[in-house]
Ligand binder design. Structure first.
Ligand code: HEM
Length: 406
């Protein structure tokens, strides 16, 4: 394979800032191809990414077993992998159906909608703080603190523990994109993972004795009805909710506001038509997808786009590329907040479709609409935003805007 088509190129600063010309090149020259550098098949076309996400022959059970980790010199990562094991995102078929049904019962769209006024209150408080300053870093001042506050409230953990949860969850998330190497902050990550496990163990015990109106109590209630989820599974999936609900939503909010400011005519439309917010959020998710790709492992030999995928080979499915596929979305690089027929794959698809999509949508809608209404003269500061050095989690490291009227 031509090395200029390898996913390694995504680390180049120019491609990291704007990966879409590179994705379009892959779509034209090699929509499904073996990448020897990442040792996986890479898939970029909408039709094939969507088909792969719903194909039961492609498994989410893709974690390396302990022996394989040891043979790669990654034995220090074993406790981290152990937490991922049994999380929804890493199990399949009947096991996944059982656990997902239980989590669905506790994590409903209604529960997310009921959070709307609480989300509004937190957004208002965060914006009160920045208003007098005349400027803000959208990431630091709004997009980062909001989701962790919301997920902590939903889970029902005490307010005073939130800073601690944020630190644990940041540590944990920092290794999720770099499995094949030992992170520099390994000691801190290992400590966080172990403390997080003990923390949720204790809180689940407390809620079992004294249930409240929160997600952990709802999960326990569902568990007690079915008796089909172990304490360990409950702990690991609380950790998943904390981690999955945090960074991705941060990036939806910051990427969304950034994109709106890059397209002033769309910003004006957003400001003048309050009914457009829901479709605008979908377009933001399509245009700058916070989770750029996922992966699956072949359970059997199979064919994708005319290529033979062998059993146990890994396929990387780039939703960020599929969401800009011209074969699916007319004029895909145009940001259009009233776009119709916008069935993007930013939340995945089929059995593993994002459990928190309804909550993320409400958070995005409230945060972005409130910023636009409260600061109609919102504009980018001279300091240009920078993208984080992460090819999967697409988000801005910082993003300074002026919120004053002078
Ligand atoms: C799954 C994206 C917010 C919890 C997923 C998947 C994607 C995704 C792409 C599927 C991955 C795959 O199939 O391999 C996002 C984005 C979000 C977001 C872009 C924000 C904009 C949230 C929130 C929560 C959450 C707020 C919870 C509080 C989950 C869980 C799964 C998941 C538990 C696993 C579902 C399963 O395997 O059955 N998310 N997510 N996500 N997400 Fe989200």
């Amino acid at each position: 394979m031509n090395s200029s088509l390898s996913l390694f190129n995504l680390m180049h600063p120019d491609i990291l800032a704007d990966p879409y010309p590179f994705y379009h090149r892959l779509q034209t020259e090699a929509p499904i191809h073996w990448d020897p550098y990442v040792k996986a098949w890479v898939c970029t076309s909408y039709t094939e990414v969507a088909a792969a996400l719903r194909d039961p022959r492609l498994s989410t059970e893709r974690l390396l077993p302990s022996e394989a980790l040891a043979s790669l010199g990654l034995q220090d990562m074993i406790p981290i992998y152990a937490v991922l094991e049994r999380q929804l995102l890493f199990i399949d078929h009947s096991d996944h159906t059982r656990l997902r049904a239980l989590m669905n019962r506790a994590f409903t769209a209604r529960r997310a909608e009921e959070m709307r006024s609480y989300i509004q209150r937190i957004v208002d408080q965060l914006l009160d703080t920045v208003e007098s300053r005349g400027s803000m870093d959208v990431v630091r001042d709004l997009a980062y603190p909001l989701p962790i506050t919301i997920i902590a409230e939903l889970l029902g953990v005490p307010v005073e523990d939130r800073e601690q949860l944020k630190k644990w969850s940041d540590d944990y998330a920092s290794v999720l994109g770099s499995f094949q190497s030992i992170p520099d902050n390994l000691a801190s990550v290992l400590q966080s993972v172990s403390e997080m496990g003990a923390y949720f163990d204790a809180i689940i015990l407390r809620r079992r004795q004294e249930p409240r109106d929160d997600l952990i109590s709802a999960l326990i209630a569902a568990q007690e009805t079915d008796n089909q989820i172990s304490q360990a599974e409950l702990i690991k999936n609380c950790i998943l909710l904390l981690a999955a609900g945090h960074e991705t939503t941060t990036n939806l909010i910051a990427n969304g506001i950034y994109t709106l400011l890059r397209f002033p005519e769309q910003k004006d439309r957003f400001l003048t038509d309050p009914t457009i917010v829901a479709s605008a959020i979908e377009e933001m998710l399509r245009y700058e997808s916070p989770a750029q790709y996922t992966s699956r492992k072949a359970l059997t030999d199979l064919e994708i786009g005319g290529q033979l995928i062998r059993q146990r080979q890994v396929v990387i499915l780039i939703m960020g590329a599929a969401n800009r596929d011209p074969a699916r979305f007319p004029d895909p690089d145009h940001f259009d907040i009233s776009r119709h027929d916008n069935k993007h794959l930013a939340f995945g698809y089929a059995a593993h479709f994002c459990l928190g999509a309804a909550l993320a949508r409400v958070e995005g809608q409230v945060a972005i609409q409130t910023v636009a209404q409260r600061f109609p003269l919102l504009r980018m500061d001279l300091q240009l935003p920078t993208w984080r050095e992460n090819v999967n989690v697409r988000g801005l490291a910082s993003f300074h805007v002026r919120v004053d009227s002078s």
